[in-house]
Design a protein around this ligand. Structure first.
Ligand SMILES: [Zn+2]
Ligand SMILES: [Zn+2]
Length: 229
């Protein structure tokens, strides 16, 4: 029976194996949404993730909005999208849910150009994709934003961040981003929505934001599919 069902491609839930959808509605309901938003600079709670006025300086994003807590099922979907070969369907499904849950906030950013946090050239060569582009595509399609996939690039390889201290994370990403040469004149007076799959310390988003402001960006906001608490 199994082989017959495999033949006609009825998807099974990646978590509970129920037939019908790659993530079934029961498991989708278990994705933990954030109950608070946080300032990208100090990591403390802030209304709608707006950067505290005491935390703002010339290179900081004005807001960070995140959809889910980086835990349990959300973490499993994100991990699979990175390390298993092109397993984007789960990521696409939870991003669609995120876009629905955050639609009110996202609708305020329709004039923002959406850009993904890039992966390093080595990782890109290794994997052949940047999973964050999947999130960018879903969000921009639903919200009607312009997208610039190649505007920001990673110029050096930072070491994987999982076990670093906060201080080390900031040192780690210092100087890793640059605007693509041919796009430098497209940054001035533009508003950008930087997108990432996980926000941990905020170091990556802050560093990328700094580079955009350096070339004259008018405003930078951030959207993270998940936030590590
Ligand atoms: Zn399920
Ligand atoms: Zn703050």
């Amino acid at each position: 029976m199994d082989s017959f069902l495999d033949l006609i491609f009825i998807p099974k839930c990646m978590f509970c194996s129920v037939m019908g959808r790659y993530i079934c509605s029961t498991c989708l309901a278990k994705m933990k949404t954030l109950s608070e938003e946080y300032c990208v600079v100090c990591g403390k709670e802030s209304e709608n993730g707006i950067t505290h006025s005491r935390c703002r300086s010339s290179g900081t994003p004005s807001q960070l909005y995140s959809a889910f807590e980086y835990t349990s099922l959300v973490r499993a979907v994100i991990k699979r999208s990175k390390y298993k070969s092109k397993e984007f369907l789960g990521l696409k499904i939870i991003t669609e849910l995120a876009a629905e849950l955050c639609k009110e906030e996202l609708s305020k950013f329709t004039s923002y150009v959406v850009i993904p946090i890039p992966v390093s050239a080595i990782r890109l060569k290794d994997r052949g994709f940047n999973q964050v582009e999947t999130i960018v595509k879903v969000i921009s399609k639903r919200n009607g934003n312009k997208v610039k996939l190649g505007l920001l690039k990673r110029i050096t390889d930072s070491i994987a961040q999982y076990s670093n201290t906060r201080k080390e994370r900031f040192a780690n990403v210092s100087g890793v981003f640059e605007v693509e040469k041919s796009q430098k004149n497209l940054v001035a007076d533009q508003k950008f929505l930087l997108v990432d799959d996980i926000c941990t310390s905020g170091a990556t988003l802050l560093e990328a934001s700094k580079v955009l402001y350096k070339y004259g960006a008018k405003d930078v906001k951030c959207f993270a599919l998940s936030k590590k608490l």
